[in-house]
Design a protein around this ligand. Structure first.
Ligand code: ADP
Ligand code: MG
Ligand code: ZN
Length: 561
């Protein structure tokens, strides 16, 4: 019976033909009283997973959501569909709060949105215990994770739901969780018996591109002008200053760019957000404060001019592109400075050793995505525990970068760091090290008499840009580390020894010489009808043939049937 009426509600109330993905299974499970932990990518349709059971089951569905600013919108949208919905939060006056409470007690509403801090008050707990509750939905459940980027301490109090109402089904939903976070959510919310519903995390319509950062703003401008003229997009920056500068820069070049960060007044923020949602081709330049809960289907690109702190954050942010299923890009410019800056932020962060180690692991995973030679999507999904071969729709699939044996280059660089420390007791940052390797007689080289070091000038075979790339990869792979004093000087790690002794060889990524263009050039089609996957397959076969020829000295042939 429940399934029939759930489908009925979907069609008659929400006006949709059929359920998507796991929606039907989830709804069925919750309607029949089970607890659920739902992982579904952004835009996957999580809301219906609790809205429909709330309508089908007797009583009121209580929805915990951290997004106070969006509660009004959500309630308006439901009201428009004829669903009786209301919210309780700090933005409404006392009188209105009382009305909602009365409506709840009389069972005159189907869905009640509450902010967690509000729920945890005695008044609210008392109210809830006097009414009839259909279910509890905990939206954006990853906010309970202390390791995460959206941690909300109030979420930790939500285990009280299980203690007070053990028989009422609870459904926790999130778009971002590794296996680790998922276990953490289940544990902290006391969802021991919850069934886990994990949807595919692949968003095949998003093209992932990660480019070497040179002048990020100019690269961004080219990306917008060449690939996304007139498109709506989001540009993420690390700092408020950079948000302002970048927005101004884009505006000066004729792009409608707005700024969004926590330092702007609430009025300006909601004005900018409203314009972004309403107009067709606004570029929102923002810190990560922007985006959670935003449902704009036609965002055509998400650009990062600074590297995010973790793959979870990156996935969450890029997931805001192309929710309508049409082609969209996720573009990230990444450089040496990002590595240095992020390491420094971790070192300076408050929090104990375990916390910092975990942040370090998250950063390492992000770095290895940036330096990946193979398919980006494969790496990304692997992080969430899913396996694919390769996607044919990322920069590395479309234009496979060359890998080269960087062992000797790495040895040169690492021994320069070693000699400076050992012979002079000095540590330097990237710029000066590269000057020494390239044998440049800079004022600092002369002043410090570094031309007399045995490593001076041993790296003239590589350009400065090549050296930066080597350095970045050595940092990313953990052979070098950035100092703890915050000056960005470099030191060897324990694993550097193996490379210096020649016990370990290193395969490095060679930056593809890209034409003066911000994004990866569109692949030259071998044949206009050949799909991307086939091009990628062709490329990987070409590489395999080259590798066989190199390693075994014999030609390899591929025979197609
Ligand atoms: P999420 O919370 O997972 O990010 P939402 O619940 O906001 O996603 O849903 C994203 C969009 O998909 C909304 O516009 C919603 O109306 C739409 N949607 C959800 N389920 C269906 C469905 N079964 N059929 C068609 N559209 C759907
Ligand atoms: Mg949602
Ligand atoms: Zn790929």
């Amino acid at each position: 019976m429940s399934e029939h009426s759930a489908l009925d509600v979907l069609q008659r109330v929400f006006g949709y033909e059929s359920f998507r993905g796991e929606q039907a299974a989830i709804i069925d499970h919750v309607v029949s009283g089970g607890d659920a932990l739902v992982l579904m990518p952004t835009g996957g349709g999580k809301s219906l997973c609790y809205q429909i059971p709330a309508l089908v089951r007797p009583g009121v569905g209580v929805v915990l959501s951290p997004l106070i600013a969006l509660m009004q919108d959500q309630v308006d949208a439901l009201t428009e569909l004829g669903v009786r919905a209301a919210f309780l939060n700090s933005t409404q006056d006392w009188q209105r709060g009382r009305e909602v409470e009365q409506a709840f007690l009389k069972g005159e509403i189907d869905l009640l949105y509450v902010a967690p801090e509000r729920l945890l008050t005695d008044r609210c707990l008392d109210l809830l215990s006097r009414g009839r509750i259909a279910l509890f939905a905990i939206d954006e459940a990853h906010c309970v994770s202390q390791w995460g980027h959206d941690f909300r301490p109030e979420y930790l109090g939500l285990s009280i739901l299980h203690e007070r109402w053990p028989d009422i089904p609870r459904i926790a939903l999130t778009a971002t969780a590794t296996e680790f976070t998922r276990r953490e959510i289940a544990q902290r919310l006391a969802l021991d018996d919850a069934e886990h519903f994990v949807s595919s995390f692949d968003r095949p319509n998003i093209r992932y591109q990660i480019v070497e950062k040179q002048d990020a703003r100019k690269q961004l401008l080219r990306l917008i002008q060449q690939d996304h003229a007139g498109d709506a997009g989001i540009v993420y920056c690390l700092s408020r200053n950079k948000v302002e500068e970048t927005a101004e820069f884009l505006c000066a070049h004729g792009i409608t760019a707005l700024a969004y960060h926590a330092g702007l007044s609430a009025t300006l923020r909601s004005q900018n957000q409203a314009r972004f949602l309403r107009e067709d081709s606004v570029v929102m330049v923002a810190t990560i404060a922007f985006g959670m809960g935003i449902d704009k289907p036609d965002v055509r690109f998400v650009a990062h001019v600074d590297m995010p702190k973790s793959i979870e954050g990156y996935y969450q942010e890029t997931g805001r592109a192309g929710r309508d299923g049409l082609a969209a890009s996720a573009w990230l410019a990444y450089g040496l400075q990002d590595v240095v800056q992020q390491r420094r932020m971790i070192d300076e962060s408050s929090g104990d050793e375990v916390f910092r180690r975990r942040l370090g692991q998250q950063l390492d995973a992000m770095l290895s995505l940036c330096e990946a030679i193979g398919c980006r999507r494969q790496r990304l999904l692997q992080y969430f525990g899913q396996t694919i071969e390769f996607c044919g729709n990322c920069d590395n699939c479309l234009m496979p970068p060359d890998a080269w044996d960087g062992t000797v280059a790495a040895q040169k660089l690492l021994s320069a760091v070693f000699r400076l420390m050992n012979e002079r007791g000095q540590r330097y940052g990237a710029g000066h090290l590269i000057d020494i390797l390239r044998g440049k007689q800079t004022p600092r080289v002369l002043e410090q008499d570094h031309a007399s070091l045995s490593v001076f000038g041993i790296g003239q075979d590589l350009s400065e840009q090549n050296w930066r790339s080597v350095l970045r990869q050595l940092l990313a792979q953990g052979f070098l580390m950035v100092d703890h004093e915050g000056y960005g000087t470099l030191a060897l790690t324990d694993s550097a020894r193996k490379v210096l002794k020649g016990e370990q060889t290193l395969l490095l990524r060679r930056e593809v010489a890209r034409p003066a263009k911000g994004s990866a050039p569109r692949p030259k089609p071998l044949h206009p009808d050949l799909p991307n996957r086939a091009i990628a397959l062709y490329e990987s076969l070409r590489q395999w043939r080259a590798a066989v020829a190199r390693d075994h000295g014999v030609p390899a042939y591929v025979i197609f049937h």
